[in-house]
Structure formats: C-alpha cells, structure tokens
Design a binder for this molecule. Structure first.
Ligand code: PMP
Length: 344
C-alpha cells in the first residue's frame, strides 16, 4: 500500500484538522522574552511549557532505535498511541478493528471508548496466529489490525512472514505492538518500516527500559502518519520532568538487566515445569511466563497471602487455569518458587 492510500483511510475530520498551534510554533527565530503563553515569569525550572514537539528526546530516541526523528511519535505511554491509532483511523459506529484473542486489553478498551467495533480472532491452541482468519474477519470498514508480538499474556512472538503477508494483503494499517520485543529472540519489525507505509510499530519505555512511571510510549511509522499523531495529540502530552529524567536514565545500559531477566526466565520456567501443581509453562519471548496451574484461584490466593501478586488470567478465554507471572529479581523469583513449591 502506498502512503497516499494509507492517508485515504484516515477519518475525514482528522485529515481536514487544523491542529492547535502555539506562538512558539509560529515563530522560529531567536527569542529572549516570553510573553506569549500566560506563564508565570519567575523561574523554578518548570514555569515554562515544555517543547510540544519533544525534539531533544526524539533525537536521543532516534539514535537509540536507529530510526529518523520524523518517524517517531512519543506518547503518554504506548496506551496513548493505541488510542490515537483508533481516533485517527476509525469512524465511530462505522469502522472496526481486528485483533487477536487473548491479547493486551487496551485495544478493545480504547475501541469501546471510541465506539468502534472490535473483531477478535482467537489464536490457535498453541497461541499461533492465523493470518487467513485475520483476513476473513475484515470487511471494507476494517481500518486497523492490532497484533501484539510478543503477545501479552501468551508470551509468544508472531512469525515475521505472517506479519509481512498481512502487511501485503490487508487493505488497512497493521499495528504491531512490540512492548516486549527487547526480551525476544525474534528481531523487531522496525526494519520493515521503509518497506510498508501501512505499518505502525509500538514500543514502550515501561518494560525493558525500566521507566514505567515516566509514561513514555513510542509509535514508529511513515512521517505522514506521525504528523497525524502530532496533530491529534494534546499539545503538551509529555511533560518536561519526564523528558529530562528519561534523557538521564536512557544513558544507562539496560543490556545487563535484560540479559539477567532472560536468564531468570529460563531458570524460573525450568523450576516451575518440575512442580506437580504446574500443568504447563508456555514458551515466552517476553519478561513474563504464562503458567497453567491445577487451581489458579487457590495458587493466586496463596501467593497473595505471602504478599506476592501475579496476574490471574484464568478467566480469559484461551488462558483457562493460567497465571501470568512477571520475572522479578533473582531473590523475588526464589521467593515465588518457594511459595509455589510449598503449595503443591
Ligand atoms: N502494550 C502491551 C502489550 C502492554 O502489555 C502494555 C502494558 N502492560 C502496553 C502496551 C502499555 O504500555 P505503556 O502504556 O506503559 O507504554
């Protein structure tokens, strides 16, 4: 799909939108006195509005991710990017999105908030994706597909070949949510960005980068799509304190933490697999394990008794009997394993 065809899918009110513009957007020359934005003039570090285009943080992220700044949107978590995808492309009560089941809950919550129909395509028994079934769920009003890879809560990555096939044949935008890609053995879809104008890749600073509290999520796409994101977002969606802390903390090398989390994932998986109460530990490309236990409710309660909280997914269709367990520090994982061993 060429970019013009992708833009033709955008809601007409969004295509026509004149975005909010600040006085500092309108004048780019040198300035020393700021009497344009009704701020308090007395300096405390935060009395001025932050850069609505986030140019400085974008150039840092461009370097880290190896993607040009004009292909990057920074959101208040990737949850903002998910919502913007729907608001930009889907006409309420007319258009629909197609996603997988089970998957991350915010695609359908955002769709519901925007009054957009969600069509869920169940994954196979081994949580495999059926590209044919995804296509079969579409009609002329399907604007977006949301595919989470590695998928939350199942932990598996979706094969690149299938994603490519959907990018080729689906007459809409494929959003690949790669929140957990840094823990995966499969490479990111970012390298395909130049090949497919209908690809949006989502990343987040909340997982491998360890910055969940700062609320920084990223969307990568063709510059014309990024421009639409910028037009629709709140002008100052990212605050200065968050941008400054992120710039400092992104200097850290998280490779060692990621390597340790992956090592721990193998160790916890191996130990859980030997427990009698554990029926199955699903393969994981993420920083969590989906674990089928004999009695999920009882195990959840036993862990809570010991002040350990995991995610009970046992009522999610396709995840019956399953807990989703995040990989913690080695000590935290030892504690989890000890309690689960006692409970079996
Ligand atoms: N995508 C997936 C698959 C997630 O699991 C999460 C958070 N649990 C998010 C997106 C949202 O992340 P954030 O808003 O913190 O960037």
């Amino acid at each position: 799909m060429d970019i013009n065809s992708v833009i033709s899918l955008v809601r007409s009110n969004i295509r026509r939108l004149t975005p909010y513009s600040t006085a500092r957007d309108e004048y780019k020359g040198k300035l020393g006195v700021f009497l344009d934005a009704n701020e308090n003039p007395f300096s405390n570090g935060y009395n001025r509005y932050p850069d609505p285009r986030q140019l400085s943080l974008k150039s840092l992220l461009a370097e880290i991710k190896g993607i040009a700044s004009d292909k990057i949107f920074i959101g208040n978590g990737s949850d903002e990017a998910i919502d913007l995808c729907i608001r930009i492309f889907c006409e309420p009560r007319i258009d629909n999105i197609v996603t997988i089941r089970p998957t991350y809950g915010m695609y359908s919550v955002s769709a519901a908030i925007n009054d957009v129909e969600v069509r869920e395509v169940p994954l196979g028994r081994d949580f495999s994706l059926s590209a044919d079934a995804m296509m079969a769920a579409c009609d002329n009003n399907t604007k977006l597909m949301f595919i989470c890879s590695p998928n939350n809560p199942t932990g598996n990555s979706m094969p690149v070949e299938q994603l490519r096939w959907l990018l080729e044949y689906f007459n809409g935008v494929v959003v690949v949510d790669e929140a957990y890609v840094d823990f995966s053995s499969q490479p990111s879809m970012l390298t395909l960005l130049d090949e497919y104008s209908n690809l949006i890749v989502l990343h987040t600073m909340s997982k491998a980068y360890g910055l969940a509290a700062l609320r920084l999520g990223l969307a990568f796409a063709h510059p014309s799509i990024i421009e639409l994101f910028s037009n629709v977002k709140y002008p100052y969606n990212i605050n200065l304190a968050g941008m400054e802390r992120a710039a400092e903390l992104l200097e850290r090398n998280v490779a060692d933490e990621i390597a340790l989390i992956k090592e721990e994932r193998s160790r916890v998986k191996q130990q859980l697999s030997q427990m009698e109460c554990v029926e199955k530990v699903y393969p994981s490309d993420a920083n969590f394990l989906l674990v089928k236990v004999a009695d999920a409710k009882a195990m959840y309660d036993a862990l809570i008794q010991e002040q350990i909280i995991v995610r009970d997914r046992s009522h999610v269709p396709g995840c019956e009997g399953c807990l989703r367990i995040t990989i913690g520090t080695p000590q935290e994982n030892d504690r989890l394993l000890e309690i689960m061993k006692q409970k079996q």
